[in-house]
Design a binder for this molecule. Structure first.
Ligand code: SF4
Length: 404
């Protein structure tokens, strides 16, 4: 049985490497042109080449977004750009505009994945996209399991679906609120997420006093509990949203889904494991999440209306840079405040979680420290737990709850 692909976002070369290290089978990135996410750290061609070589050495893939809605003047640059992507050996491009699909099909041998921006929800659309050259379709986030199943029954093509991350209150960017309010174009990666703003409620042009502000922000998507059902549908690729997310977020989310997917194929998946990984995902979330459209009903519980609760996450404490086994010392790069006496957890790509109460911290000169409160400060922590380069250090869950 072909295993489903776990596809992670990467906004930089650094996050591409972390995503692969923590278990992604493939990564999608924005190149220097023609992609959405104008504000994400898009890759230069040199970085793309380096990232693709890194991925290929590990037998992983890199897909490059070429999914803007293209204006006439941009068509002139397209051929040169697509040839450059061919040259750096991109495994596929993610496209939306039929003009780019037709052009890439005619002038390149690049594999074509049709972006979620096309909002494909039915098999007639999927069949059309296959005919014009798509090898994979990223379905709209609004697809129900019946939609997915019908499309797969009628059209033999790879199907990719979102499993985790933010939603759009419109159909994936088919919205001009951002253009009107802030002159930033959602379809060119500039969405300023107006749907998350708070709006006053008016009646006959007058603000209704005493009413909470209104928002039409959606809750996030989280499909961790539906992974077995989704694998059984025969979906080819599970996509995680969030090219602007931190390396800690990417590593945590990828590693949680990796564990559940692997356990499914190895016939050791339990409800307890799913709940355990759900808790891990909740720790990096700053909004509530639901399965959104998958079960076929999109109810009021999938949406915020009157204000919402957003957490800023301080869970991520540091990264292990090296471990000295002889001296029992771990070299840590700080990412959030911690101190002597804190209970912390270390986790890495090798499926372990180690818990430690911090007893001794030293600076780079070996002087004892009580607290570590400078961004990216380098310190040594005493521990006889064998740690590894690239392990993450986070707050211990109980400690986090007691201190919140
Ligand atoms: S403003 Fe909201 S609904 Fe509109 S494109 Fe942005 S995220 Fe989607």
């Amino acid at each position: 049985m072909d295993r489903v692909e776990l596809l992670a976002p990467a906004g930089s070369l650094e996050s591409l490497k972390w995503a692969i290290l923590y278990g992604a089978d493939a990564v999608y990135v924005g190149g220097p042109s023609f992609g959405l996410r104008a504000n994400a750290l898009n890759f230069s061609l040199e970085e793309l080449e380096e990232g693709i070589q890194f991925a290929h050495q590990k037998n992983k893939k890199v897909y490059v977004t070429v999914n803007i809605v293209m204006h006439e003047k941009e068509t002139k640059e397209l051929e040169t750009y697509l040839k450059a992507l061919e040259q750096v050996k991109a495994d596929a491009i993610i496209v939306s505009d039929p003009a780019i699909i037709a052009f890439a099909k005619k002038h390149t041998s690049l594999e074509l994945h049709v972006s979620t921006q096309q909002s494909t929800l039915n098999y007639l659309g999927a069949s059309f996209l296959k005919k014009i050259g798509a090898s994979r379709i990223v379905l709209a986030r609004e697809a129900t399991k019946e939609d997915i199943s019908d499309i797969m029954k009628h059209v033999p093509i790879e199907i990719e679906t979102f499993i985790h991350g933010a939603m759009c209150a419109s159909f994936s960017g088919r919205c001009v609120l951002s253009n009107y309010f802030t002159e930033r174009d959602s379809n060119r990666g500039g969405c300023s997420q107006i749907c998350r703003w708070d709006f006053d409620l008016l009646e006959d042009g007058e603000k209704i006093e005493g009413k909470k502000p209104f928002t039409f922000c959606t809750k996030d998507l989280s499909m961790i509990e539906k992974i077995p059902e989704m694998i059984e549908l025969g979906i080819s690729s599970f996509k995680i949203e969030g090219r602007m997310r931190s390396i800690y977020y990417i590593a945590t989310v990828v590693s949680a889904y990796r564990k559940v997917i692997d356990a499914y194929y190895e016939k050791r998946l339990t409800k307890e494991l799913i709940q355990q990984e759900k808790k891990v995902l909740d720790r990096v979330a700053n909004r509530e999440s639901t399965v959104q459209f998958f079960d076929g009903y999109y109810g009021k519980d999938c949406q915020y209306y009157n204000g919402r609760f957003e957490l800023s996450n301080q869970d991520f404490l540091g990264i292990v840079l090296e471990y000295d086994e002889k001296k029992n010392l771990a070299k840590i790069e700080q990412r959030n405040y911690f101190k002597v006496g804190d209970l912390v957890e270390f986790f890495g790509p090798n499926d372990f979680v180690n818990i430690l109460k911090i007893e001794h911290i030293y600076d780079e000169e070996g002087k004892p420290l009580e607290i570590v409160n400078h961004p990216r400060q380098i310190v040594w922590i005493e521990t006889d737990i064998t740690l590894h380069k690239n392990d993450f250090m986070r707050k211990k869950e109980i400690d986090k709850i007691m201190n919140s």
